[in-house]
Ligand binder design. Structure first.
Ligand code: ASP
Length: 335
């Protein structure tokens, strides 16, 4: 910590928060850099010492594992040189995925807080500056240490492992279904509301930069198994199926999953509902969760299909087999 102010490292990655229109009300494009974003927050330099870095300036649907690892290196370097916390600005569309991938790999006590905006920078009542202020408040809060990677938007803080974007338009878009926000920022202070009973799982080793070789598919009504079969034939090393209810697929899809597992593909089944997670042994019919576990699939527990995909990716990149994958999902998907 600096002698006078806490130190925060702010890395800009892109997203709506950094977008501007070429002419008033035209569609927006990336335009602002980290210095512009910080300059838009009145008085920030009066409460913290700021270090800024331009990591990338891209819309978040195009974010890659390499971009996230670049942000990880930035955060590690900043904490190693004394930053009390790290703030990343990022698009909201895939914020939950970047947050979770970083959270899997982050082994420091200092928090990484990811923020962004739903309204672009030149819109009336743009939310970016207030979100940066709340994210900085969170990042330097001693109470946020040990919570890993957090998202902070609209004065509301979520754990990376639980958060999801719930509305394509609303300012209050981030939710943690079944859990709620882990904290709020009120009157300039970070206020924690709950904690995971089992604590924060330990960090995983960094994956090599390579293709994100895990397909994510939804088991929709009337699913005939073709899409899973195509993913199998396409050579994915892992497949995450977003199953119905507590982790179900049709009978025919279950047979296709068995074929893929027999060929060495790792299959994880998550729930396509937004809360409650998967079960292990409530139902026993073909395609049920108990049947899929019997066939060699792993259930994702409380991890969303998108987060299950990233966890499976990291585990497979380290050569984990079915038992290790099952153990990690049992730990990280638990309450
Ligand atoms: N709608 C997005 C955002 O809020 C665009 C993106 O994710 O980059 O930033």
């Amino acid at each position: 910590m600096s002698d006078i102010f806490p130190v925060v490292a702010i890395g800009a990655m892109g997203g709506t928060i950094a977008m501007t229109p070429a002419t008033p009300y035209a569609p927006v494009q990336p335009g602002l850099d980290a210095h512009d974003l910080v300059a838009a927050v009145p008085g920030l330099a009066d409460i913290v010492e700021i270090q800024v870095e331009n990591i990338s300036n891209i819309p978040s649907p195009s974010m890659t594992v390499a971009d996230v690892l670049h942000a990880l290196d930035f955060a590690r370097g900043a904490v190693a040189s004394g930053a009390d916390g790290v703030v990343l600005t990022h698009g909201t569309d895939t914020m939950e995925e970047t947050a979770y991938l970083l959270d899997l790999l982050w082994d420091e006590d200092a928090p990484i807080v990811i923020t962004g905006a739903m309204r672009s920078a030149l819109m009336p009542s743009a939310d970016g500056p207030a979100n940066i202020l709340a994210a900085v408040t969170t990042a330097v809060s001693p109470q946020a240490r040990g919570l890993g990677v957090l998202t902070c938007m609209n004065d509301t803080v979520h754990l990376a492992s639980r958060v999801t974007k719930s509305s394509s338009m609303s300012l209050e878009t981030f939710e943690s279904p079944g859990y709620g926000p882990v904290a709020t920022v009120v009157e300039g202070t970070f206020r924690q509301r709950w904690a995971l009973v089992s604590g924060r799982p330990s960090a995983l080793p960094r994956p090599p930069v390579g293709p994100l070789d895990v397909a994510l598919l939804e088991a929709a009504f009337g699913e005939d198994g073709r899409i899973i079969s195509l993913a199998h034939q396409a050579g994915y090393r892992g497949i995450v199926v977003s199953g119905s209810g507590v982790g179900h697929v049709s009978t025919v899809a279950a047979d296709v999953i068995s074929d893929a597992i027999a060929d060495g593909v790792s299959v994880v089944v998550a729930s396509r509902t937004h809360g409650g997670g998967t079960a292990e042994a409530i139902y026993g019919y073909p395609g049920s969760e108990a049947d899929l576990v019997e066939r060699g699939a792993v259930m994702a527990g409380n991890l969303s299909p998108r987060k299950a995909r990233l966890l499976l990716y990291v585990l497979l990149s380290h050569g984990c087999g079915r038992d290790e994958v099952a153990t990690e999902f049992a730990t990280r998907g638990a309450d």
